[in-house]
Design a protein around this ligand. Structure first.
Ligand SMILES: [Zn+2]
Ligand SMILES: [Zn+2]
Length: 334
């Protein structure tokens, strides 16, 4: 099969196309023939070495969608022919204090698609059968791909931010995750402010129904102390601190990011006091994933997608790095 492997070869040439054997599913795994795979900022962190290497010659990608074409002898669900998504959470231990208390996202032995095991930048991938996410027929594969990480983890951050039903939510940074969560938040009654450096991102936010689009440097003046809650999608300590300045007393800022540049110094009065809460969000549980897929289907959430061929994965990553993607980048595999 054709696959894009991480060889660590420098900016814009992180991945190399190779012909590799189609993997065989283990007893509790499925083999999926992929149709699409989203490109996430975490893929960029992996290929740029912001995150420690966990597997040599890795196939990245954790937003793959495709058809189950084979399964191991212990698998009773999903069926051959089912369309499923392969999310970031590849598997957990199932036994630890976190796994048995509904917090499998915090399991210390969790494995990740496209990071600790091969992922979806390929024609086929294997996955743990009990961790794949069925994709409702109303959602296309290209739409569903960004849902699998950007959507699900953004949704967990949205829930944990606890913005009141008619409250004001700020989205700091407006890429793949934010453009999906903006739609969810608006359809669930929130008024949304989009904060970004990019004019194209601000315009997309307004088009999707945000009622305010604010250039990042204007955020303290226009939004200071005015938001009920905020989610930080930009991997920047500076932006995180701006978000804290913009929430009301008692407001929550959630941060669904695996990596952030230096957080730097915080001032207690400016950033933290008055019962403001700062909460990082790590990965997701399977129940977050099923809940988001159902909600996305019910609310009619759509991804704004720029498609690339599988061989163009480097180009897609570079465009993302340069903030040139509006919405989500998706690799079209077949
Ligand atoms: Zn565990
Ligand atoms: Zn991701």
């Amino acid at each position: 099969m054709k696959a894009m492997l991480h060889q660590g070869s420098g900016e814009g040439r992180w991945l190399e196309e190779e012909d590799v054997p189609v993997p065989s599913p283990g007893p509790d795994e499925v083999l999926v023939k992929l149709e699409t795979c989203g490109v996430c900022r975490t893929d960029l962190h992996i290929v740029e070495g912001d995150l420690p290497e966990r597997k040599a010659k890795l196939i990245p990608g954790h937003e793959g969608v495709g058809i189950v074409v084979a399964r191991g002898e212990k698998v009773s669900f999903p069926d051959i022919g089912d369309r499923v998504g392969l999310p970031w959470l590849h598997g957990t231990c199932g036994r630890c204090e976190f796994c048995i208390s509904g917090r499998e996202n915090l399991c210390r032995e969790k494995r990740f698609t496209g990071y600790t095991v091969n992922g979806g930048f390929a024609e086929y991938a294997t996955a743990q059968a009990s961790y794949v996410i069925p994709v409702p027929s109303s959602i296309t594969s290209a739409d569903a791909s960004p849902f699998l990480c950007s959507g699900i983890i953004g949704y967990r951050a949205f829930k944990l931010a606890e913005s009141p039903p008619s409250g004001r939510l700020g989205l700091f940074g407006f890429g793949s995750s934010a453009h999906l969560i903006a739609q969810v938040a608006i359809k669930l009654g929130r008024s949304v402010a989009v904060i970004s450096r990019g004019r194209n991102h601000l315009d997309l936010g307004l088009k999707l129904g945000a009622d305010q689009a604010v250039e990042l440097s204007d955020a303290p003046a226009l939004l200071g102390g005015k938001l009920d809650a905020a989610i930080v999608f930009a991997p920047s300590g500076h932006v995180l601190k701006l978000a804290l300045q913009c929430v009301k007393p008692g407001g929550t800022v959630t941060v669904p990011l695996i990596h952030i540049d230096s957080v730097g110094q915080m001032d207690y009065e400016t950033h933290l006091f008055h019962e403001r809460r700062l909460l990082t969000v790590e990965a997701n549980t399977r129940s977050d994933a099923h809940e988001f897929m159902h909600l996305a289907s019910t609310l009619g959430i759509r991804s704004v997608v720029t498609e690339f061929g599988l061989s163009d994965a480097n180009h897609a990553l570079l465009q993302m790095k340069m903030s040139k993607i509006n919405g989500a980048a998706v690799l079209r595999i077949i």
